[in-house]
Design a protein around this ligand. Structure first.
Ligand SMILES: [Cu+2]
Length: 68
C-alpha cells in the first residue's frame, strides 16, 4: 500500500507514523519541505480505527478510519 505525503513547510521536517493501541505499526522517514515522498505502508485492517501523528511534532495528530 502506498501513501503519498506532501510536506508544505519549507525547511521543517515532518513524518507520518500510524499507531494502533499505542504502538507504531509504521513510522515514515522524516523529511523537510517543501517535498513529497511516497511511503510504503503495511496492509491495515479494515473496520479498524488507527491514529496518526508526526513524530517530530506529536501535537500534529489525527484519526484514520478504514472503511471497506
Ligand atoms: Cu511535524
Amino acid at each position: 500500500m502506498t501513501l503519498t505525503m506532501t510536506n508544505k513547510d519549507s525547511g521543517i521536517p515532518h513524518n507520518l507514523a500510524i499507531i494502533e493501541s499505542g504502538t507504531a505499526v509504521f513510522s515514515g522517514e522524516q523529511f523537510a519541505g517543501i517535498a513529497t515522498e511516497e511511503y510504503t505502508i503495511p496492509a491495515l485492517d479494515a473496520n479498524k480505527t488507527y491514529s496518526f501523528r508526526c513524530d517530530v511534532h506529536p501535537n500534529m495528530k489525527g484519526t484514520i478510519e478504514l472503511v471497506p
